[in-house]
Design a protein around this ligand. Structure first.
Ligand SMILES: Nc1ncnc2c1ncn2[C@@H]1O[C@H](COP(=O)(O)OP(=O)(O)O)[C@@H](O)[C@H]1O
Ligand SMILES: [Mg+2]
Length: 473
């Protein structure tokens, strides 16, 4: 048997059959017993009444009528004897001739009744050969003395027929109940197994690489909890696989971007070198070409340096030192270098540093962060604009911001600027010398310091880069 539903169903049906069978058996017994007892009670009651009638000295005619009546009602033989066992009245079916009036009868039952006992028995008697009987005997009393006895011998056949009728009804009801239970349990089992089958489908979908499939959770039972776990597993797998795919794509993009970055300077170098080797250039041109070649070589060197640096930061090959530093002080030092540069003169450069902005970190790396941010700000802000460097200290964190009045960054580009090689305008960026790695390095360094980077920018209104680091205690 391969299906859980079938197993469940069979178990339930067997159980129901067992319970109903036991119930049927005991109920049939109980019905029979109750029925016989009721009948016996009635017979005893009627017999006692007749005995009372006899004890009160009623006329033989009245007694005879009563006897005839009882014989009819119970379809039984009714017998009245006196204290010596002599038959006074006898009416009824069967071997009545054996009890003709005036005969003396004896036996265990007669003796018991004449001794003052009421009897009530079931079985066969030699007098009524082959007929199963229910019979009662009641003494007739006059004061303390027993003056005779009254007996009713009723055949069991009509009673048995009625009991059998009831038993048939009972069996029919039980069979009906069993069938209904079987049907119901079929639904329950199917419902149960359908949920399992649904989960199996989800598992198979996952095995086939579809991690978006989810099982429907109904209720809170174990099956529902299993479904919840399965869904959790699917969600987790979906997340991890997506992550893996993303990483794989990033790696491929990275290789493509690096080759792309290398191709332009290399072909420039190649072109100029060939021109020089051709010997067709004037000494002035030669000087110009060689300058260009040196520039491109420097750019290549910077690019590879930055790449290696970023790689080491990303793989954790570089240890970030954990010294207590004043970020404000570092910012002021870097700012001084920028102020000394010739480009600074065409911009308004403000530095606002709050004292004792202590952080735990690596001085060279934090300098690199500030240099990269200021370099961008200076490079992207046109003459006449302004650049502001701020370091603010809060109890829990130190915030460094670099704000400029440059062109700003379009909102759709904002999420990408921290990525390697991302430059909003490739052509312009190339001529302005950026490799597109600066912000990726900034982000990596800040995160290695347990901090975070944010940017706010609107095209035409400038940009604000914000670095938040945990404050040192
Ligand atoms: N201050 C800024 N104003 C406008 N755009 C900026 C600014 N800083 C960065 N960007 C944008 O983010 C890109 C990535 O910056 P970065 O990683 O430093 O690379 P790079 O400086 O080599 O171009 C830049 O090319 C530019 O498009
Ligand atoms: Mg840069």
């Amino acid at each position: 048997m391969r299906s859980i539903a079938a197993k469940l169903w069979l178990t339930m049906v067997l159980l129901v059959a067992l319970v109903l069978g036991l119930l049927g058996l005991t109920q049939a017994k109980a019905i029979k017993w109750t029925y016989y007892r009721l009948e016996a009670h009635r017979m005893v009651a009627e017999t006692e009444e007749l005995a009372g009638l006899l004890a009160s000295g009623a006329s033989p005619q009245a007694v005879g009528e009563r006897v005839a009546f009882l014989s009819r009602v119970f379809r039984a033989t009714v017998l009245v004897v006196d204290a010596s066992g002599r038959v006074q009245h006898c009416r009824g079916m069967g071997p009545r001739r054996r009890f003709w009036e005036g005969a003396v009868i004896s036996g265990e039952d007669v003796a018991a009744v004449l001794a003052g006992k009421t009897i009530c028995r079931e079985g066969e008697l030699p007098l009524f050969q082959g007929v199963r009987l229910l019979w009662v005997g009641v003494p007739i009393r006059s004061g303390n003395a027993v003056t005779g006895g009254v007996f009713i011998y009723a055949p069991l056949a009509p009673l048995e027929a009625r009991v059998r009728g009831l038993e048939v009804t009972l069996v029919a009801a039980l069979l009906g109940g069993a069938a209904l239970a079987g049907l119901l349990s079929l639904f329950v089992a199917r419902h149960f197994s359908q949920r399992l089958v649904a989960m199996e489908k989800v598992a198979e979908a996952m095995a086939a690489g579809d991690y978006a499939a989810r099982a429907v959770v109904t209720g809170q039972d174990e099956v529902a909890r299993l479904a919840v776990s399965l869904n959790k597993l699917a969600a987790e797998l979906e997340k991890r696989i997506a992550e893996l795919k993303r990483m794989d794509a990033a790696r491929r993009d990275f290789v493509a971007a690096v080759s792309h970055e290398l191709r332009t300077p290399l072909s420039i170098i190649q072109g100029y070198t060939e021109a020089i080797l051709d010997g067709m250039v004037t000494p002035e041109e030669m000087k110009l070409y060689l300058d260009t070649i040196r520039e491109e070589v420097e750019r290549l060197k910077r690019l590879t340096d930055e790449l290696l640096d970023l790689r080491r930061l990303e793989t954790g090959a570089i240890k970030i030192r954990q010294e207590k530093l004043d970020l404000g002080e570092i910012a002021s030092q870097v700012a001084a270098r920028f102020q000394a540069a010739p480009e600074a003169s065409k911009l308004h450069f403000h530095v606002e540093v709050s004292p004792r902005s202590l952080v735990l970190g690596d001085k060279d790396r934090l300098e690199q962060v500030i240099i990269n941010l200021l370099d961008n700000a200076f490079r992207f802000t046109p003459a006449g604009g302004s650049v502001t460097l701020r370091v603010e200290s809060a109890p829990e964190e130190v915030v460094l911001t670099v704000q400029d009045t440059g062109p700003g960054i379009p909102p759709e580009e904002l999420p990408y600027i921290w990525e390697k090689f991302y430059r909003s305008d490739k052509a312009r960026a190339r001529t302005t010398g950026g490799s597109g790695l600066g912000l990726a390095i900034v982000k990596q360094i800040v995160e290695l310091h347990g901090g975070r980077v944010e940017v706010q920018s609107r095209p035409g209104e400038g940009s604000t880069f914000k670095v938040t680091l945990p404050a040192a205690k």
